[in-house]
Design a protein around this ligand. Structure first.
Ligand code: NAP
Length: 298
């Protein structure tokens, strides 16, 4: 089948909270890097045409500056590009966002710690996306200890969930013990951590644990790996290159297919601002790796 006829449905589905989504989703961080907002809008619309119904974003995905630290000209927010491209939103679309970190074009990075600060970030997401509720909010943690206990910050989000501003909650940059810390506060429907075939494999056990608890595991940097915001490297992994040759596909497609083979609860959110990369990434959801491929990839 030609690549551009393979839709996100080829990856199968997972139910995030009350929302069934295709396991091949889209990460919107990269679309802010493009100085041409029309191209970003076109990529988002094409993603939805291709069946993507899980889009990851954050109000701090903004250029110039922001997490990518690139760009010039007027501020381009991923959340506002999503609104421009997709509102009124399709019924089946789940938009996941994250709070904790914030970015102000004047002041740089901030962190929301108190209930009032977290609420302000939720409201910023609502305003920029043009919605009256958020489908899924991940509390994004840092590696350093926080001055405010997790239970307090998660509890503040649970209050916003009870008030109807948020439908579902998740954790990002999380460790297994965090699930236990918040267990009695509100359900966690997903964990969003950095993870890939040759990066952050210390999370292997956490991926399995999430599966056992029916929590979605949503890896970011599945392509970029340890280069993180610097983006996808030239292929350096001989096993990935060999499997790609055997299937006649790209190494990026093998990396995404490997992600999806880690369990039915693992969802992909590759990020791209390039329409051709988008089509190739969605098509990777239809790539079936053999047990021999998986053994070779490790
Ligand atoms: N929770 C968190 O803390 C957190 C942190 C970072 C990101 N995220 C989320 O996770 C998503 C994924 O992360 P990411 O976008 O940084 O990294 P990624 O998906 O691992 O990789 C993106 C990089 O790969 C390139 N790329 C994508 N598809 C490609 C293809 N088919 N062929 C060649 N190159 C390709 C992109 O460049 P091009 O644009 O040129 O295609 C970009 O350099 C983000 O968009 C964001 O929504 C979450």
């Amino acid at each position: 089948m030609p690549t551009d006829e393979i839709t996100a449905a080829a990856a199968g589905t997972w139910t995030l909270g009350d929302h069934t989504v295709n396991r091949m989703g889209f990460g919107s961080m990269r679309i802010t890097a493009d100085p041409d907002p029309d191209r970003a809008v076109a990529v988002l619309r094409r993603a939805v045409e291709l069946g993507v119904n899980h889009i990851d974003t954050a109000a701090f995905y903004v250029s110039p500056g922001g997490t990518l630290g690139v760009g010039t000209g007027p501020a381009r927010y991923a959340t506002e590009l999503i609104r421009a491209a997709l509102a009124p939103y399709p019924e089946d679309l789940l938009i996941a966002t994250k709070v904790g970190p914030g970015y102000d074009p004047g002041d740089g990075f901030t962190e929301a710690l108190t209930a009032a600060q977290l609420r302000a970030q939720v409201e910023e997401n609502l305003r920029r996306l043009g919605r009256d509720h958020l489908d899924l909010v991940n509390l994004r943690m840092y590696d350093r200890p926080s001055p405010v206990p997790l239970a307090e910050r998660f509890g503040a989000l649970a209050d916003l969930r009870a008030a109807g501003l948020i439908r579902h909650l998740g954790l990002s940059n999380a460790r297994p013990e965090h699930l236990d810390e918040v267990r009695d506060i509100a359900p966690v429907v997903c964990v969003q951590n950095s993870y890939g075939v040759d990066a952050y494999r210390e999370d292997d056990g956490f991926v399995r644990l999430c599966g056992e608890r029916a929590i979605a595991y949503v890896p970011f940097f599945a392509l970029a790996g340890t280069r993180r915001e610097a983006g996808a490297p030239a292929e350096e992994n001989p096993a990935v290159a060999s499997v790609a040759r055997a299937h006649g596909v790209t190494t990026h497609q093998v990396r995404l297919a490997w992600t999806l083979h880690q369990g039915p609860h693992v969802l992909a959110i590759p990020g791209t601002g390039n329409p051709e990369h988008l089509v190739a990434n969605v098509a990777a959801g239809g790539l079936r790796l053999t047990p021999e491929d998986l053994a070779q990839l490790g």
